[in-house]
Design a protein around this ligand. Structure first.
Ligand code: ATP
Ligand code: MG
Length: 294
């Protein structure tokens, strides 16, 4: 199987290529969102893809969207055979990895929920005792579970790194009401996800959600609780104080840390065995998530 690095639908109208997804405009109200096999780490997109990764992400998001019914989502059609022309002529590129979705007015912030302290949250806590202005108890250890999940929004940088911000900063920008709704819904989705996967021996440590407005309604867009947007840990090997074994692309990140790459210049080529092991990680988490959502 070859990795799909980029889509090419000459008669389609490509609007945007994100780090992972390509977006086409179907009509005024609808988009086609395609999950390619591109891989990004440390804010760089790699030349090599992970074969089948986009299909896995698409399947995982669809599963969650189906199961989360306390808030709407952007899905309109996930069945390729119901796609309109010209898209229906490109099954090799689109079947199983794309969906027709509601074209929303995006909320220009990333909505992050954290139930455990790791990554940039850990870094901020070590420096200040806070994450996004939220004071946390003293003496927390790496990867420790927080007393309760917290909402830690960040900016959505087109270039470079996203920046953690306070709830107040967000509220000033988009209004108190909307910020409040985003915080509540993000925590609700996160807690639902955490409870769902706990039953099958997985810890959901944190997740990033995106929201959009469609005809006055706030809905979930982009992707939901995938290994690209969330940290999933194996509960059986989890131990406070240590960086847990995870199903996300931590594996690639760990490899990159061994290469001496400065994370600013062109990233190094990914060796075949790293690509294959990453692919296996994505397949494994898909299988696990499927069993806990049956
Ligand atoms: N229903 C929707 N309406 C409007 N925009 C959407 C919708 N669904 C997804 N998007 C946007 O499409 C783009 C998809 O690109 P992709 O998922 O590759 O992310 P990205 O912006 O490069 O970065 P990130 O890794 O932070 O998600 C994102 O900018 C996302 O906000
Ligand atoms: Mg995205």
């Amino acid at each position: 199987m070859k990795a799909l690095i980029k889509t090419d639908i000459p008669e389609g109208k490509k609007l945007y290529s994100g780090k992972v997804r390509d977006l086409y405009e179907i009509d005024e109200e609808h988009l086609l969102i395609v999950s390619t096999d591109r891989l990004s780490a440390f804010d760089h997109v790699f030349k090599e893809g992970i074969p089948g990764k986009g299909r896995i992400l698409n399947e995982i998001s669809n599963l969650w969207f189906k199961n989360i019914n306390f808030i709407g989502n952007h899905l309109v059609e996930t069945d390729f055979s119901a796609f309109p022309a010209p898209y229906n002529r490109y099954p090799e590129q689109l079947d199983g990895r794309s969906a027709i979705v509601k074209k929303t007015q995006k909320v220009e912030f990333e909505c992050i929920a954290r139930g455990y302290i790791i990554g940039s949250g850990w870094k901020d806590y070590k420096e200040s005792g806070n994450i996004c202005g939220i004071k946390l108890p003293e003496g927390l250890k790496l990867a420790q579970k927080l007393p309760q999940a917290i909402f830690t929004p960040s900016t959505k940088a087109d270039e470079g790194h996203d920046e953690n911000i306070s709830f107040e900063f967000m509220a000033k920008n988009i209004g108190q009401d909307l910020a409040q709704q985003l915080s509540e819904q993000t925590l609700k989705v996160f807690n639902f996800g955490m409870d769902t996967v706990e039953k099958c021996g997985i810890i959901l440590a944190d997740t990033k959600l995106e929201f959009g407005m469609y005809k006055g309604e706030l809905i979930l867009i982009d992707e939901a609780l995938t290994p690209d947007s969330s940290r999933f840990w194996d509960a059986s090997t989890y131990e406070t104080g240590f960086s847990p074994q995870s199903y996300d692309k931590q594996f690639v990140r760990d490899y990159l840390e061994t290469t001496g790459w400065d994370k600013n210049s062109e990233p190094p080529a990914l060796p075949e065995d790293i690509i294959m092991k990453t692919k296996a990680k994505y397949e494994e988490i898909l299988k696990k998530l499927k069993t806990c959502m049956e």
